[in-house]
Design a protein around this ligand. Sequence first.
Ligand SMILES: Cc1ncc(COP(=O)(O)O)c(C=O)c1O
Length: 412
Amino acid sequence: MADSRLALHAQGKVYIDEVFDAVAAVGQAKAKYGQENVVDATIGSLCDEDEKLVLLPTVEKVFRGLGNNDINAYSNSRGLPEYHSAAITQTFGDNKPEAYIEAVATPGGSGAVHNLIWNYANIGDAVLTHDWYWQPYSVLCSDSLHRLETFSFFDEQLQFNIKSFEKKVYELLAKQETLVVILNTPNHNPTGYTLTDAEWDQVLLTINQCAKGNKTITLLVDIAYIDYLAEPNKGRKFMKKFSSLSKNVFTAFSFSMSKGFTLYGQRMGALIGVSQDKNAIEEFVNATNITCRSRWSNLSRAAMTTMIGIYKDQTLLDQVGRERYQYVEIMRQRAKVFVQEAKDANLKILPYCGGFFITVPATDPVATSNRLRQSNIYVVPVANGMRIAVCAVPTKKMYGFAGKVAEALANS
Ligand SMILES: Cc1ncc(COP(=O)(O)O)c(C=O)c1O
């Protein structure tokens, strides 16, 4: 008998959840020493200053006020049209590109990334992203029979590494006809970096130059953390640049209600396609809709109708904006303490602009994280560093944190 009953393409899969071990360990520490004595920087969700998971009050009110039909009835596979227009408005704000724009509903941003990779990368091809990245990109690629390759996000001076990006795009397009590029910005996970408008110009120049003849590029901008921009309008200015891309470039945005509307468990998002070419957008809708139908049939109507309800009433929309903004401020305060103390302790951190996480580079992240646990501090070791969730640690526990990380690094 063969060693495996699985189909050839499904054999040998083992999911290693990099957060799992840290989350289990921090749970045990809280039970043993009490929550007040433990710093839990592992959680990837927004927590208030009492360490409770945040559900924005207005989102909760609209959600709990839904009638049976809005909760229980089937949706269609592509999602509700009013939801599409709300997701598009939420994504672009005042900076909508002049282009054809359409959306399909997806289970969170994760579903949007999957849908894009499946429909735009040829099987077996490489998908390109930065070397600091949200780990699931890797399985999202491998499970759909693609592979993830990376460019160096930062150069020696910790500036965006356009040279590495350019080199990788040229290199991969010499080998394949089409290339999917994923850029996670603003408020990148795990570093908190946001590409500047000038860096966007360089990225788009490279993409426009490389996508010609029979070569095409699909750029996916993963905007999971966009709603936590300190200046939402200014931070979306780069989107206008998508008004004048070559016909060989297709752009998409992965929108998520998880962070911006604090509805992580409702699994709601959207893949939003942008193109100068009407045919390209029609093709986008047709292909991605079939993927919706075949993978998950249709999605949480309750989450969609919550978004629709909020968008129908400007007062509610403004209220959600205000409630969310309080947490932008809280996270800014938490990060400010960490960044300042890191500076004082000569601790190198990656450039943080905003959002849920700060990253400290480390040569042996597991050893340093384990050393930190001796001080009851729990972080998530990632490929070349440690991810610190400023979204979850209350301000009072940020004091002294960076110093402890510096000490652990020196001693591990
Ligand atoms: C960078 C990034 N992209 C996408 C997602 C997708 O989140 P969801 O599927 O919950 O919308 C996350 C969630 O943590 C993320 O960090």
